[in-house]
Write a protein that binds this ligand. Structure first.
Ligand SMILES: [Zn+2]
Ligand SMILES: [Zn+2]
Length: 327
């Protein structure tokens, strides 16, 4: 498995643990916080989505005049655009990491490759199963919410923010991240509630070992909840680029965070791809419900920093809770 660190039980175990971002340090560390906001949080994928959102608005989105009337034609085009972008990103990562196996197992979270003979997946094939749920249900719900949001603006229910200052867009990007990650934490807690978990979220969790197509491989009920992140823009007026960014953050970025590799290597280039924090959620289920930019897991005691000590602490707490429930 190359030079990647693994512990005695075979789990991925880098030397560092996952701490709360310096953004929340007390006393404040403004320079370090600024570096976190401009570099750690956004480089490289945030900047990539930011640029892609401008291109998408300019060349790959119907005009608001067209979208003033809900018609299948332009909605189908939006679906094709979203599906195409997801195929390029998830498909590209999948090709590079799993088909070409460009870096073999280096920086891979799991020792196993994706399942090709497992009853819990459609057609017994994890990648086909993940592609099916992502494209048929995921992109459809993403597009439905996105189209409805444009239509609300195009038909005059809400004023479009015309303000085209790049600083406005950059500031709004942070609002999108803050809103999306907060929304994700709370809907994710809801999805772990017994009956909803069994009906819906269990489907995403069939993937203990994740790949790029796992990102939005979810049950339609989960998609309907997960993509409701757009609803904020039904009440708070924004520029359409913010709507596109919301879709990218929710629909495309999980392909990266679920890639199954902590880093992707291309020659001398090494880019951060995976999200070890979320990978631990897939592995152990009961903690790391949110993302690292939000402090909710820390506030509510479900932050697992990846260390064996932290895992043991969580397990002890679970055992105590189970004992309490049984007595
Ligand atoms: Zn996941
Ligand atoms: Zn979950």
């Amino acid at each position: 498995m190359g030079s990647t660190p693994y512990n005695a039980t075979g789990d991925y175990q880098p030397a560092t643990t996952i701490g709360l971002p310096v953004l929340y340090a007390w006393p404040p560390r403004p320079l370090a916080a600024l570096r976190y906001l401009l570099y750690d949080l956004l480089f490289p994928w945030g900047y990539f989505f930011f640029a892609l959102a401008f291109v998408t608005w300019e060349y790959l989105t119907p005009s608001l005049a067209t979208m003033a009337v809900l018609e299948p034609g332009w909605i189908a085009l939006l679906w094709l655009r979203n599906a195409g972008l997801l195929c390029l990103l998830a498909g590209g990562l999948h090709w590079w990491l799993y088909l070409r196996r460009s870096q073999q197992g280096e920086f891979k979270f799991h020792r196993r490759w994706l399942a090709t003979d497992d009853d819990k997946f459609l057609w017994r094939d994890q990648v086909r199963d993940n592609m099916f749920w992502s494209l048929v249900s995921g992109v459809t719900f993403w597009t439905a919410y996105e189209a409805t949001t444009y239509w609300i603006y195009a038909s005059g229910w809400l004023p479009v923010v015309e303000y085209a200052n790049p600083l406005y867009h950059f500031a709004m990007f942070y609002v999108v991240i803050a809103w999306s990650t907060a929304h994700f934490y709370f809907v994710h807690r809801l999805l772990h509630y017994g009956p909803i978990y069994r009906v819906a979220h269990e489907l995403h969790h069939r993937n203990v070992n994740t790949g790029p197509w796992t990102g939005i491989s979810m049950h339609p009920l989960e998609h309907s909840i997960y993509f409701s992140v757009f609803v904020l823009w039904w009440f708070v007026p924004v520029h359409p680029i913010v709507i596109i960014l919301t879709g990218f953050f929710q629909g495309l970025s999980p392909a990266i965070s679920h890639s199954g590799f902590d880093f992707v290597k291309a020659g001398r280039l090494r880019l951060s791809t995976g999200d070890w924090y979320h990978q631990l959620h897939h592995q152990y289920f009961n903690f790391n419900y949110g993302n690292t930019p939000t402090p909710f897991d820390r506030l509510f005691g479900s932050w697992h920093d990846g260390s064996r000590a932290s895992l043991e602490r969580h397990r002890q707490r679970q055992r105590a809770r189970r004992r309490q429930a049984a007595s």
